[in-house]
Design a protein around this ligand. Structure first.
Ligand SMILES: NC(=O)c1ccc[n+]([C@@H]2O[C@H](COP(=O)([O-])OP(=O)(O)OC[C@H]3O[C@@H](n4cnc5c(N)ncnc54)[C@H](O)[C@@H]3O)[C@@H](O)[C@H]2O)c1
Length: 285
């Protein structure tokens, strides 16, 4: 099996949401360990520049909102012109949302759809034609989640968006196979990884605000068991190098969720009451 160094070493990567969490871990691993040039894309200018300052000239910060298709198109043109063909595209930017579905403000719903779903589509739309035309082996990874194969109350917009990313990625895999391009397509399904996602998540303004905030608190509490972003990044990139379609950071937990989902569908079962796969510290004692 080829190593990450053999597959990616010295190439060009584009990582969206590179300023924090998993994206920052990926950027550190790709630029630091694999000597890739990394275009670190983030809507948060400070975060994009911070990661570039930390890692030096191999990281090129770009302040782009993945919700804006024209801005992502312009980014792709500039990157291809200035740096050449992209070997690794990682559609990573994503946001969370807490609260009962009927309490979620429409703007927060739209934000999740625009960032988590359309953001991935915009990345594919902007970069894939150049990657296909380059005719060289390249990779495209999109961040779904363990949430893509399960359901979780009080996080419905997020979970829905991750199911969508997984479905989009499966279709993309088939389309790339159909045209015979040498592009490895992968869906990344992380478990809990250290990041800002729960503190940065949207909440609700009316209705059951307490329930939304209690769910945020639960997720912040289980975060203590999270894998470091650097370890997650190394796992993700190693699996990408091997050409895996389903890339997971927590194999046992994700495979259990996949089996439960398969069983639910095959047996036409309604969703079971939710129990977190990541027990809070006090529950696990
Ligand atoms: N951390 C986890 O436990 C976990 C688990 C499963 C899946 N994921 C997925 O991993 C990805 C990264 O999440 P994270 O946990 O590292 O989050 P994070 O909040 O720590 O980092 C996300 C980054 O994306 C950026 N971003 C947000 N909106 C953007 C936009 N419109 N355009 C460009 N950049 C934008 C943010 O500024 C931030 O720097 C997400 O897609 C998330 O759903 C995370």
């Amino acid at each position: 099996m080829p190593t990450a160094q053999e597959v990616f070493g010295g190439g060009l990567a584009v990582v969206t949401g590179a300023g924090a969490g998993i994206g920052a871990g990926l950027t550190r691993h790709l630029a630091g360990d694999l000597a890739m040039t990394v275009i670190a894309v983030d809507v948060d200018a400070q975060a994009a520049h911070r990661i570039a300052d930390e890692l030096g000239e191999r990281v090129v910060p770009r302040v782009v909102d993945v919700r804006d298709p024209d801005a992502v198109d312009r980014l792709a043109c500039q990157v291809e012109e200035e740096f050449g063909p992209v070997r690794l595209l990682i559609n990573n930017a994503g946001v969370e949302q807490f609260g009962y579905l009927w309490d979620v403000p429409p703007l927060n719903w739209q934000r999740v759809v625009d960032v988590n779903i359309s953001g991935v589509f915009h990345g594919i739309r902007a970069f894939l034609p150049g990657m296909i035309a380059a005719g060289r082996r390249s990779h495209v990874l999109s961040l779904a989640s363990i949430g893509a194969v399960t359901s979780v109350p009080l996080q419905a917009p997020y979970i829905m968006s991750k199911h969508a990313v997984l479905a989009m990625t499966e279709c993309l895999y088939q389309e790339i196979a159909e045209i015979g391009a040498d592009i490895a397509v992968s869906a990344v399904l992380p478990g809990l990884v250290e990041s800002n996602i729960f503190s940065a998540a949207g909440g609700v303004e009316s209705g059951d605000v307490a329930a939304a905030e209690a769910q945020r608190k639960r997720m912040l509490a289980v975060r203590e068991q999270a894998m470091s972003a650097d370890e997650a990044a190394e796992n993700i990139v190693a699996q990408a190098a091997r050409g895996e379609f389903y890339i997971v950071t927590h194999p046992e937990v994700v495979h259990a969720a996949m089996s439960a989902r398969a069983d639910q569908l095959a047996n036409h079962r309604a969703p079971a009451p939710h129990r977190s796969r990541f027990a809070a510290p006090e529950q696990s004692r």
